[in-house]
Design a protein around this ligand. Sequence first.
Ligand code: GLY
Length: 378
Amino acid sequence: MIRTLSQEVLIVGAGVIGLAIARELHLRGMKAVTVLDRGKAGGESSFAAAGMLAVQAETDTTGDFFDLCRASRDAYPDFAAELQSETGVDIELDRSGTLYLAFGDSDVRELRHRADWQKRAGLNVERLSARETRRIEPFVSPDVRESLLFPDDWQVENRRLLTALQTYAARNGLKVLEETECNRLLVKNGRVIGAETPDGKIYSQQTIIAAGAWTSLIGAEGIELPEVRPVRGQIVGFHTAKRLFNHVIYSPRGYIVPRADGRIIAGATVEDAGFDKEVTAAGVELVSGNAFEISPALSGLPIVEKFAGLRPKAADGLPVIGCISCVENLIVSTAHYRNGILLAPLTARLTADLATGDAVPELLRGFGPGRFEGRPEM
Ligand code: GLY
């Protein structure tokens, strides 16, 4: 029962973004931090994710978004080491790299284009022949034509990352209130002063919306929250007792992610299904088929899980991180779409910069909610 709480910061959404922001604010000296979640902490897209830190496999060009992704990937080694020492939880940062395979002619064209722009940008990318590819990954399909190796595209175990962040919160007295919906934001004299939940009111000096796909559903009279919509992704988990793969492996149609515990996560559909999180026969067939194209060996393995998550997507597919203009004390940090796990450490730092400073960090220019209101980023 909350009844009334008074906090320095209230964060709406206890996924990887909300929890990472809570930790960062606490590290900067804020002690009274509460994180609300309408369901279980980390129970939505952060849990369903596959944990790739796939800057070079998932972006199509250099630019501001690429810079944001790269800076966040580069933050991971320290982030992982700090979480390990703060919580004892190893988030299994695996720096073996990512392979990107081509099968047909259009795949080959796509790969060569990708290699060209990345080399021009000075990135670490190697082109491998079919033989070289199968030498480092003997279980990929014999139909592979060539591949790219991205040594700097890594992976983490996103569920262990959630455990680490929740452990941090628990050990440091941060309140994580599960099954506690933010019914509406409380606004007084042009300032957000907290939120109303079914259990009572929580007053706060700052409020941060990190509610992912649910951002636009938060009641906020007179405040225009950015439109964020859910994009369903279904994944299938296989299991193997013997380690089959050394890298995260992509094709232009899907990916497989080998985990330390023997699971191999295959993803993912990209579907407009509203808030429906059902796993469908068609989704499993599509994801499995794309995985079998990468490695026919997978078709003999048991399926140990099927899961769906809702990626939060803004109209332009880019994160929305910044202050809302028409009220004071309200920040949004949402819409990370396909890159929530990748962007968590940097988003936490930049959102904390917004919450504790006056200027918009350089890396965030162009990512604020103002871009949908036609106002310049300040
Ligand atoms: N980042 C992988 C996915 O969203 O499926």
